[in-house]
Design a protein around this ligand. Sequence first.
Ligand code: AMP
Length: 190
Amino acid sequence: MINIVLFGKPGAGKGTQAEFLKEKYNLTHLSTGDIFRYNMKNDTALGREAKGYIDNGDLVPDSVTIKMLQDEVDKNLDSKGFLFDGFPRTLAQADALDAFLKTKNWEVTATIALEADDNILVQRILERGKTSGRIDDQDEEKIRNRYEEYNEKTAPLMNYYKEQNKFHAVNGIGSIAEITERLSAVIDKL
Ligand code: AMP
């Protein structure tokens, strides 16, 4: 069982890389952003609860997000491992993930960050916003707010995982295939 947390700022390419890695390593890909968007599209109670936060570029409250993530893991108990994409994003979520995996005798194997310069990422997101239909991709102020949320609440997680010797970083600038190679080099050594 390997459980990998893909880390990185909005636009760093987590979702794109997860699509390749899940096939290559036979992992269940759980993207909390995708799950929220699915719920918003289908106008579920969860989607309605999350929408205001997401459209503004704020994080959805931990209580809602943690419960949702646990439910998704529980739907995939025969999985060979998970690729967590966009979760955890706060220390409370990281603690909850550790405690939850422990109840199953599992653990986070490693976290891998995709690193890239903010200005490149903002341009990437604005470009994506032309076709993604995502309200949070279209307005530079909301995008900047997502970076503030990241710097304030998510960046401290790097130390959390470094202290456990579970943190790795790769350069997130390059072709999709090059970056998959860099990530694979880390995973193959786990
Ligand atoms: P993403 O697709 O990962 O960029 O996520 C889009 C939005 O969904 C974020 O800006 C948050 O509003 C929300 N979201 C996704 N994952 C989380 C999380 N782990 N904690 C809180 N909010 C989240």
